[in-house]
Design a protein around this ligand. Structure first.
Ligand code: ASP
Ligand code: MG
Length: 406
């Protein structure tokens, strides 16, 4: 049995017209010999009648202290409505679809209401339906405890449902259908010639979590990665090939012979960082104390460089006041630059290739951008720049690695 999982997000199932298009995607894969297992989100966004946020507002608008157990019951309804409607859409076209709730699908979770963890998947019901030639339309985002309590999987959790079903049913691949063509090489609001990424690795996707998380839940990607199942991000409303998320080896096979130098896959950025530099004449002891104080105050450090008589690190801007209070004994030799941005060039292919850092620094300095700090890993090189240089820095790196040429 060649099983694939096709998940449709809220906007894909919101209206009769979009449901038609979603149905067509399912029918196409059915006709190409696949056994589709469909997962759906609740219909539409806040304000639309059966969207998750609407259901939350419905109850919390009146009863502020609703028990989490009941929150999960009401929140699970949106996906059930959606799966029933979608099953009927397919049936009206002559396809034998069947609506399946999360508990019928065997999604067994712990009792952590609102953000339950999946303990096990028992997909017998779905397997049976597939054997009978049916197309299961599974309500995403929901599960059941061993005691029969209804749970939900955390916001965006329908992606997780798709991933665990893909794993349990050994699907060939998972398709996440949404309202954009795929994941972009950079934020299109900044980079007008940003293009769609055709191939990205699982780990590259984690690096651009802020950018990528809008189209797929990172937890779902992690499950797919561990199961070795490729994930496609596709648009319900177009025939665009979408973005394929896979292992490095699969990416290399598919991307062979493509344009561009392919060293870098994406340029990501985070704003609102604060850089702190402290003179530490007493060396390691002093540096250890500083690190301990930050840790005791739950402040996490990002880019850090330690020198014999100085340390420089970056923190989330919101933690600035707290950090300065914790480090007030060092105020004398302390320099603070607020409102910095971290610009990251992400690409697993740069591993072991010399000169990438040089190209990055050159591209930035050519535009008169000061590089305040850098960090690098096998997949990512990040540079800290001043806030006012954010857009220019993203543009510079996007140009340098010709990411408009996908
Ligand atoms: N409907 C749920 C939410 O809005 C789950 C999902 O859409 O993935 O978070
Ligand atoms: Mg989503």
């Amino acid at each position: 049995m060649r099983i694939i999982v096709q998940k449709f997000g809220g906007t894909s199932v919101a209206k009769p017209e979009t449901r038609e298009m979603a149905a067509q995607k399912i029918i196409n894969s059915y006709k190409s010999g696949f056994k589709p297992v469909v997962v759906v989100s609740a219909m539409g966004r806040r304000g639309e009648p059966y969207a998750t946020d609407t259901l939350i507002d419905l109850i919390q608008g009146v009863y502020r202290d609703t028990h989490p157990r009941e929150m999960d019951i009401i929140m699970s309804i949106g996906e059930i409505i959606s799966s029933t409607i979608m099953a009927n859409t397919l049936r009206s076209k002559g396809y034998d679809a069947i609506a399946v709730t999360g508990w019928q699908a065997g999604i067994i979770t712990d009792q952590n209401y609102g953000n339950a963890n999946i303990l096990e998947v028992r997909p017998d019901f779905i397997r049976h339906a597939l054997k009978q030639g049916k197309i299961p339309i599974v309500a995403g985002f929901q599960g059941v405890t061993e005691n029969g309590e209804i749970t939900t999987l955390g916001r965006g959790g329908s992606d997780t449902t798709a991933a665990v079903l893909g794993e349990a049913l050994r699907a060939e691949f998972i398709e996440i259908y949404t309202d954009v063509d795929g994941i972009m090489t950079a934020d299109p609001r900044i980079v007008s010639n940003a293009s769609m990424i055709r191939y990205i690795t699982y780990s590259e996707l984690f690096q651009i979590a802020d950018q990528g998380a809008k189209v797929i839940h990172p937890k779902a990607v992690e499950i797919a990665m561990n199961a070795g199942i490729p994930v496609f991000i596709k648009n319900t409303m177009s025939d665009s090939p979408g973005t394929m998320i896979s292992s490095r080896i699969e990416k290399q096979q598919h991307a062979k012979g493509r344009k561009g130098d392919q060293l870098i896959t994406s340029i990501a950025y985070v704003t609102g960082r604060t850089q702190i530099s402290i003179d530490t004449k007493h060396g390691l002891n002093e540096q250890n104390t500083i690190l301990r104080r930050l840790a005791d105050n739950q402040i996490s450090i990002d880019i850090i460089n330690i020198f014999p008589e100085k340390m420089v690190f970056t923190i989330d801007g919101h933690a600035t006041e707290k950090a300065l209070e914790a480090l007030k004994d060092y105020a004398d030799g302390c320099q603070v630059i607020k409102n910095c941005s971290k610009i990251s060039a992400v690409g697993e292919q740069m591993r072991g290739v010399p000169g990438v850092m040089a190209r990055i620094i050159q591209a930035l300095t050519a535009r008169n951008i000061d590089v305040l700090q850098t960090s690098d890993s096998h997949t990512t090189i990040s540079c800290l720049v001043k806030g006012e240089d954010t857009i220019n820095a993203v543009l510079a790196l996007h140009e340098e690695f010709r990411l408009y040429e996908q």
